[in-house]
Write a protein that binds this ligand. Structure first.
Ligand SMILES: [Zn+2]
Length: 120
């Protein structure tokens, strides 16, 4: 069983202009509203918090801290995160460090646009 939360944040980024970058407009700094879905293994959360049930407020508080790193920031400039893939993995790494859990306990979906996203 999984606990699922949805969050949004706004960040700027750019992608290095190489021959592999087909959409050259991504080479200029620009912003997105990222839509983030996080799926937690409920058993892992219950064990971490030593509780029979997990109050959503606990997750809201954690996600506020995690998202603070990215929200209204140029993530390319501050964190050298350029792609949705890198941002999603960084979020997942932050959550795994927070909960001292393994990769199977947390799944991240990060959508950069309405149609395109990353799952890790
Ligand atoms: Zn972009």
């Amino acid at each position: 069983m999984k606990l699922i939360g949805k969050f949004t944040f706004d960040s700027a980024h750019h992608i290095e202009d190489t021959k592999h970058l087909l959409t050259k407009k991504c080479a200029e700094p620009h912003g997105h509203t990222y839509h983030l879905t996080v799926k937690f293994e409920l058993a892992m959360l219950k064990e971490f918090y030593s509780r029979d049930f997990v109050d959503f407020q606990l997750i809201k508080d954690t996600m506020e801290v995690i998202i603070f790193k990215y929200d209204h920031r140029d993530v390319s400039k501050h964190w050298s995160l350029h792609t949705a893939e890198q941002i999603a993995q960084d979020i997942k790494n932050g959550l795994m460090a927070r909960y001292k859990c393994n990769p199977n306990d947390i799944t991240i979906e990060l959508f950069e646009t309405d149609k395109w996203g990353i799952e890790c």
